[in-house]
Design a protein around this ligand. Structure first.
Ligand SMILES: *Cc1c(COP(=O)(O)O)cnc(C)c1O
Length: 422
């Protein structure tokens, strides 16, 4: 038995089955590559699902972890630590928010946002305003896996097995201004959205839809919550994807790339919204510990020092242009979209998308597929043109082979393991 086979057998016996994994065992990483147990190197365009923004073996992350782990990892939120305020200064400045609450994951950041919005509506009611408790959320959205966040997540497979989910969530058709207007009323306490949907297939809101959400919320005192867990912190070439629209939310959430692979989430809001929480209303054991805060500060400082936002925008533009010219040669690609290094190539069949992910993995290039037909690219921010060229050449080969023998390829894809996330 190989090492991989031993682990597969042990996991099949010991783990609660929540993932269908690809049969690959990664043991190390270096820059934009992951390395398997045989020493084979894979070009990584998934980054641990948008987490490893600075790639692997990044010196500033290693040093921050080493330094802080030798000093203090955690002492609880009963006391002050000397790293949290430094990080708070940075994330509030980058998002244009006033205050922050730190947690440990994306879904926790969303839970805090939802609780803030409900509590804020309560404050407004006490002040005599007419405002309800309902959330408007978008079709194709993804906000996480805990009860509040699945209640805001559109796909039924995430919600139905766990019914009843949290009441008070209504889904609005994506980018449908008329539907948004029809469903908005003073029953609504907040509109939760991703300015660029991630798991939903890398789909940006229209300017008109986002602006209407902002205007409707302003008309009643309801809040706009922008979930930036995937698109935020530079992924799209700006610190927050809502900054492409020039629209400021009242609450925003960060997580995936925040602490360079150490779990961390953040919920940020305006001073107006922050009034709704007081000591004891919300909290966490681990959130905002000195280790995670020190690493996140190092990540943000590195992105600023290396001017990586401009790099992300530049490489992302090049990547999209290369995908568009690939689409001219292969009509399987029906759309290319995204911003910065959050890019999707929409294919004309789910079978082909699954096949392409498997074939790319065989060629040692890691991509994934989301919303069935979208090939998604979330490479580290340190990606270079040469890496884009390698990716495009591998895609070209996969589509060319598929064109020669599509039926054979589809059968292989269906029998191969590895289900995609989302
Ligand atoms: C991944 C993701 C989440 C959930 O984050 P977890 O850390 O997996 O809980 C929430 N919102 C968006 C937009 C995401 O991409």
């Amino acid at each position: 038995m190989t090492k991989l086979e031993q682990i597969q057998a042990a996991e099949a016996r010991l783990l609660i089955h929540t993932y269908d994994r690809f049969p690959v065992l990664f043991v190390a990483g270096e820059d934009v590559h992951l390395i398997d147990e045989n020493g084979d190197r894979y070009l990584d365009l998934l980054s641990g699902i948008g987490v490893n923004a600075l790639g692997y073996r990044c010196k500033v992350i290693e040093e921050a972890i080493a330094r802080q782990s030798c000093t203090l990892i955690n002492a609880s939120n009963y006391y002050f630590n000397d790293k949290m305020a430094d990080l708070a200064e940075r994330v509030t400045r980058l998002t244009g928010m006033d205050r922050v609450y730190f947690s440990n994951s994306g879904t926790e950041a969303v839970e805090a946002a939802l609780k803030l919005a409900r509590a804020h509506a309560g404050v407004l009611r006490e002040e005599g305003r007419q405002i309800g408790t309902k959330f408007l959320v978008l079709e194709q959205s993804f906000h996480g896996r805990t009860f509040g966040s699945i209640s805001a997540t559109h796909k039924e497979k995430y919600r139905l097995p766990f019914a009843p989910v949290v009441p008070g969530f209504e889904f609005v058709k994506f980018n449908d201004v008329a539907d948004l207007r029809a469903k908005f009323s003073n029953e609504v306490c907040a509109i939760l959205l991703e300015a660029i949907q991630g798991e939903g297939g890398v789909r940006p809101l229209t300017q008109e839809f986002f602006a209407e959400a902002r205007a409707l919320a302003d008309s009643t005192g309801a809040l706009v919550i922008a979930d930036e867990i995937q698109a935020g912190l530079g992924r799209t070439g700006k610190w927050c994807s809502y900054q492409h629209f020039g629209i400021q939310p009242d609450i925003t959430t960060l997580a995936k790339p925040l602490a360079g692979g150490i779990p961390m989430g953040a919920t940020l809001c305006t001073n107006e919204v922050a009034r709704a929480f007081h000591a004891g209303m919300h909290g966490t054991t681990f959130g905002g510990g000195p280790l995670a805060c020190a690493v996140a500060t190092a990540v943000i400082d590195y992105i600023e020092k290396e001017n990586l936002l401009a790099h992300v925008a530049e490489i992302g533009g090049y990547f999209q242009a290369q995908l568009r010219s690939l689409a001219e040669r292969h009509s399987y690609i029906v759309d290319v979209r995204g911003a910065g290094l959050m890019i999707a190539a929409e294919l004309n069949s789910a079978g082909l998308a699954k096949h392409a992910v498997t074939e790319m993995l065989k060629r040692r290039v890691i991509i994934n597929c989301t919303s069935d037909t979208a090939l998604r690219f979330l490479p580290p921010y340190i990606f270079e043109r040469a890496h884009v060229d390698t990716t495009i050449a591998a895609l070209d080969e996969v589509f060319t082979e598929y064109a020669a023998a599509p039926a054979v390829a589809e059968t292989v894809a269906h029998s191969a393991g590895g289900k995609t996330h989302g």
